[in-house]
Design a protein around this ligand. Structure first.
Ligand code: SIN
Length: 191
């Protein structure tokens, strides 16, 4: 692992989080690849939303959809008062987080959040967020520039464009309106 990848690795920080210690089941909110790539055991899966966050293709990907030298672009959540982000909630056993921490290790930190499930229940759970302070964060760009970037990136998990197209399809299936994601998808398909 090179020095940069080491600094961007959040596994150890996430492992030391104790927020749900003693709980036998924990809700996890997914808003990016966790919506459509479900390679972890779960007890329940439900459409869900969280408030105060908006989805943005502002996070660099060194390990999935790009490389440390040519990072791809993937989503994170950016704080925005009154915003609502639609995604999917999974009820998981705490042991599941060991593998999820590795999957989300490129800058994402577990954060406790309130979620609203599609059956109206309000629950407390966890979400992985890559904040602007992480070493892989790329930040804002125009939707066209983001589409161009995505069209040229690929990494160990495959083409960056597939991440975008799968996410856009999954959001349509959820009935979620996400102007940012759909605008980038339109730009990409026009290239
Ligand atoms: C998530 O899906 O909730 C986190 C970001 C990602 O893995 O794409």
């Amino acid at each position: 692992m090179n020095e940069f990848a080491e600094r961007a690795d959040t596994v150890a920080i996430n492992r030391s989080m104790t927020h749900f210690d003693g709980h036998s089941q924990v809700w996890l909110f997914g808003y990016g690849s966790l919506i459509y790539k479900v390679d972890f055991p779960h007890i329940e899966r439900r459409p869900s939303s969280i408030r105060g966050w908006t989805r943005r293709f502002w996070q660099g990907s060194h390990d999935h959809r790009g490389t440390p030298d040519a990072p791809g672009r993937v989503v994170t959540l950016i704080a925005e008062a009154d915003a609502m982000c639609v995604g999917v909630a999974y009820l998981v056993s705490p042991e599941t987080f060991a593998a999820l921490d590795v999957r989300e290790k490129n800058g994402y930190l577990r954060l406790a959040t309130d979620l609203t499930l599609d059956d109206g229940r309000h629950v407390n759970g966890l979400v992985y967020i890559a904040t602007p302070a992480n070493a892989a964060f790329l930040g804002a760009a125009s939707e066209r520039d983001i589409a161009l970037h995505i069209s040229g990136s690929t990494g160990p998990s495959g083409a960056n464009r597939d991440y975008l197209l799968h996410l856009a399809d999954a959001l349509r299936q959820l009935g979620a309106d996400d102007p940012h994601v759909f605008a980038i998808e339109r730009e990409l398909l026009r290239l």
